[in-house]
Ligand binder design. Structure first.
Ligand SMILES: C[S@@+](CC[C@H](N)C(=O)[O-])C[C@H]1O[C@@H](n2cnc3c(N)ncnc32)[C@H](O)[C@@H]1O
Length: 250
């Protein structure tokens, strides 16, 4: 039985309310990096999972790739479809769960982007990697991108207590109090949101294995070459903001 430790409420209205603008600003350069690291010809097939509101899937489709996007949020999928319509691109959008990917071979690439891994207990997280492998043809590329665990660790107060991360959108506030359990390899976030004067609180726990541990998990899931890079596509360093793992299906 899988244990879900980042619940669906994290990706409700507050998600795009606070992250929408930031995501829009970084999407073009992220898609450049994806295209460069995937190294695929025009017309190649790409699975973007979970695809959220389709900011990456729609841009990849606009560049001539055949794209499928899957996400559990009906609202985000609806937004993705309507943006695809506005852009005049065609993407197959599916509502579904990461743990039950209905794909068997065929894709040239699987993209898992913007801290979209680690939402479950680690046995389940590792099963997801096997699901990504099953979706790929041999030689297909997996790109998995997430916040740097080292950056988070370096932001933790030296003498204990949480790192406080504040996001502001006009008068609205999101305050994340983040701690890290090194033994479990998980960050724990207590999130306080103030929107329109209304305060809400939630919590979540994200698995953040080290780059080398994640590479080991990915190899064990059926990938051969595994590279650990950063947001520029160079080998990841302790000071990198993001970790990008590039792996080739065996
Ligand atoms: C941080 S967002 C990133 C979305 C997208 N990759 C991007 O870069 O914009 C994570 C996404 O995971 C989706 N998600 C969370 N749990 C899921 C699950 N069990 N199955 C499918 N999607 C899920 C959420 O709905 C959300 O859209």
């Amino acid at each position: 039985m899988s244990e879900e430790l980042v619940g669906p409420e994290i990706f409700g209205d507050d998600y795009l309310g606070f992250y929408g603008q930031l995501l829009e600003e970084r999407s073009d350069s992220e898609v450049e990096l994806i295209v460069r690291l995937a190294g695929l010809p025009d017309g190649a097939s790409i699975l973007d999972v979970p695809c959220g509101h389709g900011r990456i899937a729609n841009r990849l489709a606009a560049r001539g790739f055949r794209v499928t996007g899957l996400d559990r949020s009906a609202k985000l999928i609806e937004l993705a479809r309507s943006r695809a319509g506005e852009l005049g691109v065609s993407v197959e959008y599916l509502e579904g769960d990461l743990r039950e990917l209905p794909f068997d071979g065929g894709f040239d690439a699987v993209i898992n982007w913007f801290s979209s891994f680690g939402y479950f207990d680690d046995d389940t997280n590792r099963e997801l990697l096997a699901g990504f492998r099953r979706a790929l043809r041999p030689g297909g590329v997996l790109l998995l991108e997430q916040a740097s665990r080292e950056l988070l660790l370096s932001n933790l107060p030296r003498h204990g207590g949480p790192a406080i991360i504040l996001s502001e959108q006009g008068d609205d506030l999101m305050i994340d109090k983040v701690t890290f359990d090194l033994g479990a390899g998980r960050s724990h976030t207590e999130r306080i949101t103030v929107r329109g004067g209304r305060v809400s609180r939630t919590e979540f726990s994200l698995s953040q294995p080290s780059a080398s541990q994640l590479a080991d998990w990915i190899r064990a899931a059926g990938f051969s070459t595994v590279g650990t890079l950063d947001e520029t596509g160079e080998p990841v360093r302790p000071a990198s903001r993001r970790l990008v793992v590039r792996a080739i299906a065996a």
